[in-house]
Design a binder for this molecule. Structure first.
Ligand SMILES: *[C@@H]1O[C@H](CO)[C@@H](O)[C@H](O)[C@H]1NC(C)=O
Length: 293
């Protein structure tokens, strides 16, 4: 009896304090819920195993969405990335495209390959710049690819950079065979050397379409200010090296946010030693590209 009495007494007291208890419970529940949500958000990038990266869009749909605007997306998605360097700004996207997408891009480009050309400075000719860029390549716009794959890839590049597709040049699909390379250079054209420019290449996205057994790395010889004072030979393969892997993407900026050329964005493609390197380059400009893309 006594215990029942205490129980009743306890209940009565609980009743009095119920609103307060309810309040605390709610606070702790919400804290736990959102806390764990933040936790999973923060670490999901590193946890996704490489083989499953293609499905990240699906996984991310577990995350609660936000009301979105007319041009927005209905749900969150995640894209895995790794910052390779801030000097220059270079970020890497493992498994940006699928194996099948890469193979199809090669198939579309293969028949129209021609020797790659260079933008020439004053005094430079095709003859005296021979050997600087020895790949073959072709420009293909997303709309020219009837498979729709380049359209998909371009859309994704636009999403991760948040730069409109109108600012992008056509894809330059390139093939480097054994011994072929691109000596170190800048993608942004310095008006002092190349004359007035209508617009600037501010960033470059490279999509590697094949694995390369040996060689063919994208290099940043001046990464973090290194090698700038050694009279660097533009043909040497030194500095930060990015090994091509099929489907992986690399984005780097050639210009600072204040719109001057980043001297550390100097980059090149090492000679292929074994295998063949296919890559799709996408130059991103500060001005819209009209209908040429
Ligand atoms: C532009 O920004 C870079 C990097 O922050 C800086 O080193 C450079 O001096 C700036 N140039 C001008 C002209 O403001």
């Amino acid at each position: 009896m006594a215990s029942k009495g205490r129980l009743l007494w306890g209940l009565a007291r609980a009743k009095v304090e119920f609103p307060l208890v309810f309040f605390y419970c709610t606070v702790f529940f919400l804290a736990g819920f959102y806390g764990s949500l933040l936790f999973s958000l923060g670490f999901s990038g590193g946890r996704v195993p490489r083989g499953r990266l293609l499905e990240v869009d699906k996984e991310a749909s577990d995350l609660p969405g936000m009301p979105y605007g007319e041009t927005g997306e209905s749900r969150p998605s995640s894209v895995t990335f790794q910052v390779l360097s801030w000097k220059p700004r270079a970020v890497y996207f493992p498994k940006f495209a699928t194996e099948e997408e890469c193979q199809n891009i090669i198939k579309v480009a293969r028949s129209s390959l021609e020797p790659s050309t260079l933008a020439l400075r004053e005094g430079e000719t095709g003859e005296n710049t021979k050997g600087i860029r020895t790949s073959s390549g072709t420009f293909i716009s997303a709309s020219e690819d009837s498979t729709g794959i380049l359209d998909q890839v371009e859309r994704k590049i636009s999403r991760v950079t948040m730069i409109p597709r109108e600012n992008m040049e056509s894809f330059n699909v390139l093939r480097y065979e054994i011994g072929q390379r691109y000596a170190s250079h800048y993608d942004a054209f310095n008006p002092a050397e190349y004359g007035p420019q209508q617009s600037h290449r501010v960033a470059t996205f490279l999509l590697y379409l094949t694995d390369v057994e040996e060689g063919g790395e994208t290099i940043f010889p001046y990464e973090n200010g290194l090698n700038m004072d050694i009279g660097y030979d533009y043909e040497k393969c030194i500095g930060l090296k990015v090994k091509p892997r099929q489907g992986d993407g690399l984005l780097f900026y050639s210009m600072f946010t204040n719109h001057t050329i980043d001297p550390l964005s100097l980059h090149g493609s090492c000679p292929v030693i074994k295998g063949v390197k296919w890559v799709a380059a996408k130059w991103i400009r500060d001005q819209m590209q009209g209908n040429s893309t």
